[in-house]
Every structure is written in C-alpha cells, then in structure tokens.
Design a protein around this ligand. Structure first.
Ligand SMILES: C[S@@+](CC[C@H](N)C(=O)[O-])C[C@H]1O[C@@H](n2cnc3c(N)ncnc32)[C@H](O)[C@@H]1O
Length: 269
C-alpha cells in the first residue's frame, strides 16, 4: 500500500515525538471523562494513546490501524497498558470496525484522513460504534495553510511536490477543511469546528524552543522525501536544500512559520 510517510523505524519514532510536540496545541480543546472507553482509528504506533492516557485517565483505549507493523510497534510502545488491559489494539480499517454498535463513550482520529479518498464511511462507522451522546474529535491537516517567512523557495517547491503526491496517492492534503461537510454527510451533530494554529514568530523568544519547533517541522515535511525521491518528483539535492532553509530560519529572529490544522468535535445524538 502506498503511504507518503513510509513505515520506517525513523517515521515510527517521529510519530511519538510529533505527538509530544503537538500536544500543547491540539489537546486544550479536547475533553474526555475519566473512566471513559475510547476508540482511536489510525492509532499508528500509539503516540496519541499515550497523550490521552496521560491527560484523561480513560478506563480503556482501543486502537485500530490498518498496518500490522504499526500495531506491532504500538504494542511495543505500550507494553504495561496492553498487559493490564487498559489498551487493546486491533488491525482493521476504519470503515469496517470489528466492534458492536454503541460500544464506546468517545472516539478520536488524528492525521489519518489526509491519506484517504473519502472520510465519510469511516465517520459513519465511528458513529455506529459510539454510544448515544458519544463524542468524536478529529484533528486533520490543511497543508495549504503553510506560511514561511522569509520566502523559502526550496521549502515551498518541496511542499508543492509533497501535496501533489498526497493527492496522486488518493489522499487529500487539505482534508481538515472538509471535516464539517464530512460529519454532515455522516449525520453526526457538529459541536465545534476550529482552526488549530501552530505558529512561531517573535513571541517565541527562547532560541532552543525556536530550533526545536523548526526541527520538528523539518522532519514532518521531510517524512515524505523518500517517497518523492523514489518517484523522481523532487531532485536528489532537494532535501538538503530544504534542510538548509530550515537552518536559516532557525537563526533568523525575523522568521515566521505558520501552520493551521483543523479540529472538529461532533456527537452521536
Ligand atoms: C500519520 S499516521 C498518524 C498516527 C496517529 N494517529 C498519530 O497521530 O500519531 C496515520 C496512520 O493512519 C493509518 N491509516 C491510514 N488509513 C487508515 C484506515 N483507513 N484505517 C485505519 N488506519 C489507517 C496508517 O497506517 C498510519 O498508521
């Protein structure tokens, strides 16, 4: 199966670091009750499960991913939780969940729909397995929202190629903007639909924090580099040029780096 980020060990490690990095941006608007039973579709290596356990003390989280090797890594990342039964992991696709109707108190999906041609069958399936009143949070990408100052042509050209490939693989690099329409189609009731800005400008004064911020984004962007190189969609020296521009941004106090994800909260009524 073609997957822009690859299922390499580096990518698996990056997912854990990315979840920790983005936690302060993505989670303040999320709320589940202690003791809830939760479902994550596209749980990857279990990075968001770790955040959810830390923040909300749910009774149990069930993670589902279509890729066996991701689920194996999630098992390795959460050995105690799996052993005690706090976490259960399944290999399945989001549009065919191996659970009964009305099973979960809540569900969430982060950064999965960008890889799918249509999120609606998955949201319908989530609605089926949620209990009445159950909440569904979904946070997804809006890649056209990337803004970099000063102008960085290698980053911009690379990003255009990345998004072209995401579309060619049948995904949607701006799927975040479609979440509300998808929830309408899946007959979920929308409670909120908000941009989630992840931004660096002069308000971020600590140079270590600025470097870390940009390093995380550099790795996020370059997670598609091997797929793009394999297909000849970028030149062999493009990743190095992208890294050079990130380095320049990190030492320039005038730099601005802006990205907006989108987050929806919908409920099953
Ligand atoms: C970018 S990773 C995000 C993982 C996790 N949600 C996180 O934020 O760390 C996307 C994951 O979604 C999985 N995935 C993609 N399409 C899927 C589908 N239709 N059903 C289940 N999992 C899917 C991929 O295998 C991958 O592990």
């Amino acid at each position: 199966m073609s997957y822009i980020h690859s299922y390499s060990n580096t990518e698996r490690q990056r997912l854990v670091e990315q979840a920790d990095f983005l936690e302060k941006y993505l989670y303040p608007t999320i709320s589940f009750g202690p003791g809830d039973t939760l479902l994550e579709v596209g749980c990857g290596v279990g990075a968001q499960i770790r955040c959810m356990l830390r923040r909300f003390k749910p009774a149990m989280i069930t993670g589902v991913d279509r890729e066996t090797s991701q689920v194996e890594q999630a098992l390795a990342n959460l050995p105690d939780e799996v052993q005690t039964g706090t976490v259960e992991l399944y290999i399945a696709t989001g549009d065919l969940l191996p659970f009964n109707d009305n099973t979960f108190d809540g569900a969430y999906i982060f950064f999965v729909f960008e890889h799918l041609s249509d999120p609606v069958p998955v949201i319908r399936e989530i609605k089926r397995v949620l209990k009445p009143g159950g909440k569904f949070y979904c946070t997804e990408v809006v890649n056209q929202a990337l803004y970099v100052y000063p102008r960085s042509p290698a980053i911009n050209d690379y990003w255009a190629a990345f998004n072209r490939l995401q579309s060619e693989l049948g995904g949607n690099p701006d799927i975040g903007l479609h979440l509300a329409s998808a929830c309408v189609d899946a007959e979920m009731t929308i409670r909120s639909f908000i941009p989630v800005p992840v931004m660096m400008d002069k308000r971020m004064t600590d140079s270590g924090e600025r470097k870390h911020f940009l390093h995380m984004w550099e790795r996020c962007l370059l997670s598609g580099a091997s797929s793009l190189l394999e297909r000849g969609m970028i030149a062999p020296d493009t990743p190095e040029k992208v890294s050079d521009e990130f380095e320049k941004l990190s030492v320039n106090p005038e730099s601005i780096f802006q990205y907006d994800a989108r987050q929806i909260l919908a409920v099953k009524e």
